[in-house]
Design a protein around this ligand. Structure first.
Ligand SMILES: Nc1nc2c(ncn2[C@@H]2O[C@H](COP(=O)(O)OP(=O)(O)OP(=O)(O)O)[C@@H](O)[C@H]2O)c(=O)[nH]1
Ligand SMILES: [Mg+2]
Length: 339
């Protein structure tokens, strides 16, 4: 397949879902904390100014019932809407999330919160009706307390799910701020071949370091604009800078999640070998990356041409002097489907 049709295939099979903002995921309270919060708020509801005693008592207790409902449903809504739906995630995020948390448990826990929310709504309706028809203060009080007990019991039934979601929130922090809807240059190559130098040179702002699952250094993400289009450039220390056979299955999955991005892999070779790795090893890694990332077009470029310039047909550049960079970028752009 030529690079152009690979590009279009990628665009077609990967829906451009919105970039979920994982930092906006709310902190998750425990079941106990939600119960306390709801009952505390309900206690502070003052009695309405009504003349007839039983009417006032019913209205007061109903106001407390509705307050409990509002607090609990409000909190649950925040979680149900704040945690991204697994199905709606871009495949890139889904692949990473899959490595970090048990996706089935994740779906089940969000489903459990949905269940709890509708239970609390139903209980509110039921006790609303019963309190409205209650003849005296004792009955009203007893019904209100019964409602409290049942709401608390619903929340206790989802206590484990709340705890699980609280832990998921921590895992979300490890998901990098990469926007899968942007065209991306994924930079690969052995250490010291000039990857960072290249990313720094083409990025408009200072590239940011983002966490990435199963890497210690994280990845570097830079941005630039070209012909009115915003691009992302990702440097992947620890991911695409050594032989792939050295990795275990989980690390490999973290590496391969990158193939869900759309864009071009830029494989940097250093024929000067001042990086400390002989060309033979560098080419072996190149072959592996080419094999593993079949879905993405790959461009090979020889860096440090200010030191050594070979007579191969590969593009040449110097990330240090800037020579050849323009041609690299326009080739990347062409491979990614043109302007
Ligand atoms: N002469 C020359 N030196 C370069 C060029 N590009 C990078 N260097 C130098 O090579 C060294 C390594 O460059 P980096 O950009 O840090 O290499 P890297 O691939 O990011 O290395 P890791 O982060 O360890 O994977 C630095 O001292 C750079 O200044 C180049 O085009 N010409
Ligand atoms: Mg680097």
């Amino acid at each position: 397949m030529d690079p152009m049709s690979v590009w279009f295939t990628n665009v077609l099979i990967h829906p451009d879902t919105n970039h979920p903002v994982f930092e906006k995921v709310p902190t998750v309270l425990t079941a106990e904390e939600i119960i306390d919060k709801a009952f505390r708020r309900a206690r502070s509801v003052s009695a309405p100014q009504l003349k007839k005693t039983i009417v006032r008592i019913r209205a007061h207790n109903l106001a407390r019932v509705f307050t409990v409902r509002d607090v609990v449903v409000g909190v649950l809504n925040r979680y149900i809407n704040g945690f991204p739906r697994a199905e709606a995630l871009h495949p890139f995020y889904r692949a990473l999330l899959d490595l970090l948390v048990d996706i089935n448990q994740y779906k089940k826990s969000l489903g459990a919160l949905n269940w709890a929310r509708s239970m609390v709504e139903r209980l509110t309706e039921r006790y609303h009706r019963r309190i409205k028809g209650a003849p005296d203060k004792e009955t009203v009080d007893a019904l209100r307390r019964e409602f409290y007990g049942r709401v608390a019991s619903v929340l206790k039934q989802v206590a484990d799910d709340l705890m699980f979601l609280a832990s998921v929130r921590e895992e979300f922090r490890k998901i990098p701020h990469i926007d899968p809807s942007l065209p991306t240059i994924i930079v690969a190559g052995f250490p010291n071949v000039g990857k960072s130098e290249f990313v720094r040179r083409i990025s408009t702002a200072h590239p940011e370091v983002a966490p990435y699952p199963f890497t210690t250094k994280g990845i570097t993400v830079g941005h630039f604009e070209r012909n009115g289009r915003r691009w992302q450039v990702v440097d992947t220390p620890g991911l695409l800078d050594r032989e792939l056979e050295d990795r275990n299955a989980i690390e490999m999955q973290a590496v391969l999640a990158l193939s869900y991005l759309k864009g071009v892999i830029l494989f940097i070779l250093d024929p000067s070998e001042t990086c400390g790795y002989p060309m033979e090893r560098q080419r072996r890694l190149l072959d592996q990356v080419r094999r593993e990332f079949k879905g993405l077009p790959l461009l090979v470029v020889e860096n440090k041409c200010d030191v050594v310039r070979t007579d191969t047909p590969n593009l040449k550049m110097s990330a240090l002097t800037g020579e050849g960079i323009e041609e690299v970028l326009s080739t990347v752009e062409w491979m990614a489907g043109g302007v």
